[in-house]
Design a protein around this ligand. Structure first.
Ligand code: MF3
Ligand code: CO
Ligand code: CO
Length: 266
């Protein structure tokens, strides 16, 4: 991804992309309602596929660089790109579900972290840090700001909770392709980086961890874990920058929940 090839969207483009994003949100919400001890990650994947089919969307992740499923299910020490399958959710598991929807040629990308069964004290701190980091990033993403402002807001917010962001995993532009320019870093310096301009559609998707920020990939070739095996969480939204406001495309049309300090549970 080069930084200098940003595809700006018109409001008509955003009109279409919003539909993909709303479908992605509805799927995440439906999957969230199914998450409890005893459910397999493969079942969640099948459910996502069937909702996509029903709404004439396709699973953008399936086949992406050879990825084998419609969703990513990253559990406990797995920070990203966990592959759904036979795994049965256990009480107290923390699971991040990531889905990218393609609808009418446009892409919508969302991820959400859920707890199966019992929520522990550490989970609460992590969820708060992660949710607030994403919201701080979104609030910083306004026309006239710089990409570095977004990264700084995310990093600073995670730090307030004693958490760190996994610096190697980044947000991105998104439109008629899943991954477009620019790269949206989750760290940064105020007033630096590319200007944020109307027409940009970006994902804000910091992965926040209770432990250290260094990563390794497991032998399945996909699962990325933090090297010290600590828990992580992630809330990803697709957002559109307009001249005087920024819209979260992957939330319900009226989204009062974006101002709360804890992720809404479905
Ligand atoms: N949806 C992920 C993102 O937020 C991409 C996952 S790529 C996969 O950018 F191949 F692991 F599925
Ligand atoms: Co993304
Ligand atoms: Co995603």
């Amino acid at each position: 991804m080069r930084q200098n090839n940003v595809q700006l969207k018109t409001s008509i483009d955003v009109f279409h992309q919003r539909k993909a994003c709303q479908l992605a949100f509805n799927i995440i919400k439906a999957l969230g309602q199914l998450i409890e001890p005893g459910v397999t990650t493969g079942y969640l994947d099948k459910k996502a596929e069937s909702i996509l089919l029903e709404h004439h969307g396709t699973a953008a992740l399936k086949g992406y660089r050879g990825y084998p499923a419609a969703i990513c299910t990253s559990i406990n020490n797995v920070a990203a790109h966990g592959v759904p399958g036979q795994y049965i959710l256990d009480d107290g598991d923390i699971i991040t579900v990531d889905i990218t929807v393609e609808l009418g040629g446009w892409y919508g990308d969302i991820a959400w972290t859920f707890i199966a069964g019992t929520i522990h004290q550490d989970h609460k701190r992590l969820l708060k840090a992660s949710w607030q980091a994403t919201m701080a990033g979104i609030n910083a993403a306004r026309a006239g700001a710089r990409l570095g402002d977004i990264g700084r807001a995310i990093q600073e917010t995670a730090g307030k909770f004693g958490c760190s962001v996994l610096e190697d995993l980044v947000g991105h532009g998104i439109g008629k392709n899943l991954h477009e320019d620019p790269v949206v870093l989750n760290i940064g310096k105020q007033g630096t980086g590319l200007p944020v301009v109307p027409g940009m559609v970006l994902t804000i998707e910091p992965i926040v961890t209770l432990g250290e920020k260094h990563l390794k990939t497991l032998s399945d070739g996909w699962s990325i874990v933090s090297r010290d095996n600590s828990l992580s969480a992630q809330f990803e939204h697709t957002i559109a920058i307009f001249g005087r406001r920024t819209e979260v495309l992957t939330m319900p049309e009226k989204s009062p929940d974006s101002s709360i300090d804890f992720p809404p549970f479905f």
